[in-house]
Write a protein of this length. Structure first.
Length: 554
């Protein structure tokens, strides 16, 4: 109804998963890369999860439009099946003939027929991908049968790649002890989180542009911030709210949407979920940190498909990249910038991570010393973490970081790198660009591609951090400390609420503060347990413009 009023050719905020409207945020690009890895990888499981409404289905449809011709795809939309029904559905999707009238029809009949098909297609130079949507509904015995299907292999590779798409509980399912064997075969994981505040505005502008809108965005700044607060950056909620707000503007003969109009639309769309009630009922997804630049899609395409210096991007990989990303990725790999010396681009992409590993120290102490220089202190002969306490710093280590979280955290740290069956080595991460990481040891910087780094890094990261005054590790509900008072004030600032009066510095960790901490943690992609640990404080410090060292971006 409001299309003509805003000179639109179609509805920009339909909740239908139309790939034309796919907004390629950093997260969506990387999600698409993981799905493309299901086409080009060597076999196993690819796990793609996300909260309701974050855009999983739209990304999947975009992925299906880019599948190479030499790839056979089977899609299971209804996973509430028995083992026999699943195998039957897979064979039907791959157009595999099975004699269903045979008296001895059994699971083996379907598996044998599938094995023959996979071997024949492999001999013909084809790959095979099985996509299962809503995979959180799979029964354990069905998941086990899927694991057994990945046993179908040649000496070089597995014959079937399986992409599991589902809601966050799918990740929890795979943590069960009885599914450990399957979890170990997951070769790529990605969890699609909601948009941050900047990407929310760009998402709205993108959809309006695709729908034919050519003027200034019809939402003022306060309206955009309110949309983000009310939707938590979830695309489906953004669509519902923006569509209703534009309808309200049309009904009132207006061409600009302000905050009161957004609030009114929210009451109509979300009911009691809108307004201030949301702050206690549903968490805000606060802004993600770090660069808004695009992550290279090749992050998850597998090292065997990443070209060495001077080579061309394989056609299958180039065709798999979105149009807006393929050209810069390919040119950055194959040739230097026009004004750069011929060796400049090679220096960024040609260093062999595997060849560099033997040069790295096998003890972490030298890496702590090198990292200390970034914090302008030298541990000398002291134990580094002991020396750090004299500078009001502490050592922190986690084993659960990802490259996007490194980018958000935006601080130098120590990466533990390890080749299979060889001792671990250590390097200091000092920079992250869109396609490369800068590692430093012995005062020398080395640039490696993100995908080559991912081959040897499993998420182990160590760094220095400065705890706030009164910080207590493993703080429990009911505990009071000055650090919690500072935490609450910073959260208020990030939530766009009026700053609290300082009063006493100490504050108690109660259920309300725990809910706010969970909301912040969820927005940052870290475990939302509601208990503020080092990672939570570091992310808040970064969001508030902390003065610690940052990663170089070039």
């Amino acid at each position: 109804m409001y299309a003509r009023h805003f000179d639109l050719t179609q509805d920009p905020f339909s909740i239908a998963p139309d790939p034309r409207f796919l907004f390629m945020s950093d997260r969506h690009r990387e999600a698409l890369a993981h799905l493309l890895f299901g086409v080009t990888g060597t076999g196993g499981f690819v796990l793609f999860t996300g909260d309701i409404g974050t855009g999983k289905t739209t990304v999947c449809r975009c992925f299906l439009e880019q599948i190479p011709a030499a790839c056979n795809v089977a899609i299971v939309f209804n996973p509430k099946l028995s083992v026999m029904e699943l195998l039957q559905t897979i064979c039907e999707e791959f157009h595999i003939a099975v004699d269903t009238a045979a008296a001895t029809l059994s699971l083996k009949s379907y598996v044998d027929a599938l094995n023959v098909f996979l071997l024949q297609s492999h001999a013909a130079g084809q790959s095979n991908v099985l996509i299962i949507d809503e995979a959180q509904n799979l029964q354990p015995e069905v998941l086990e049968q899927l694991r057994l299907l990945t046993n179908l292999e040649t000496h070089e590779r597995k014959l079937l790649q399986i992409v599991l798409i589902g809601q966050p509980e799918l990740r929890t399912m795979l943590e069960r002890p009885d599914l450990e064997q399957l979890a170990q075969r997951v070769i790529a994981r990605y969890h699609l989180v909601s948009l941050n505040v900047g990407d929310t505005a760009r998402y709205i502008q993108h959809r309006l542009t695709v729908a034919g809108y050519s003027g200034q965005i019809p939402f003022d700044e306060k309206a955009l911030r309110r949309i983000y607060a009310l939707t938590r950056g979830v695309p489906r909620r953004i669509n519902l709210l923006c569509g209703r707000a534009l309808l309200g503007a049309w009904a009132n003969g207006l061409h600009q949407v302000d905050r009161p109009m957004v609030d009114k639309a929210a009451l109509e769309v979300f009911g009691a979920d809108s307004g201030e009630a949301q702050s206690t009922r549903r968490p805000y997804a606060l802004p993600l940190l770090g660069s808004f630049s695009a992550l290279a899609l090749a992050l998850a395409l597998g090292s065997q498909f990443w070209p060495r210096a001077g080579t061309q991007v394989p056609p299958a990989v180039r065709q798999g990249l979105p149009a807006q990303a393929s050209a810069p990725v390919a040119s950055a790999i194959s040739s230097p910038a026009p004004d750069a010396p011929a060796s400049a681009a090679v220096a960024v992409v040609a260093e062999d991570m595997e060849a560099l590993l033997p040069q790295l120290p096998s003890a972490i102490a030298p890496a702590w010393q090198e990292l200390g220089r970034r914090w302008k202190f030298d541990p000398g002969t002291q134990e580094p973490c002991t020396a750090a306490t004299q500078q009001q710093l502490q050592c922190y280590r986690t084993t659960e970081l990802t490259i996007p979280l490194l980018r958000q955290l935006d601080r130098p740290g120590i990466l533990t790198l390890q080749k299979t069956d060889e001792p671990a080595v250590f390097a200091v991460l000092t920079g992250l660009s869109e396609q490369t990481a800068t590692l430093q040891w012995g005062g020398v910087a080395h640039h490696v591609t993100l995908i080559s780094l991912a081959r040897f890094w499993r998420g182990d990261f160590s760094t220095y951090w400065q705890p706030p005054r009164g910080y207590q590790p493993d703080v429990r509900e009911g505990t009071a400390s000055p650090a919690l008072g500072l935490l609450s004030r910073h959260l208020s600032a990030l939530e766009g609420k009026p700053l609290q009066a300082r009063g006493t510095d100490a504050l108690t960790l109660d259920s309300a503060l725990i809910a706010r901490v969970k909301a912040f943690q969820k927005g940052q992609g870290i475990k939302p347990d509601g208990h503020p640990g080092p990672m939570t404080f570091m992310q808040i410090e970064k969001a508030m413009g902390g003065n610690g060292p940052s990663l170089e971006t070039r």
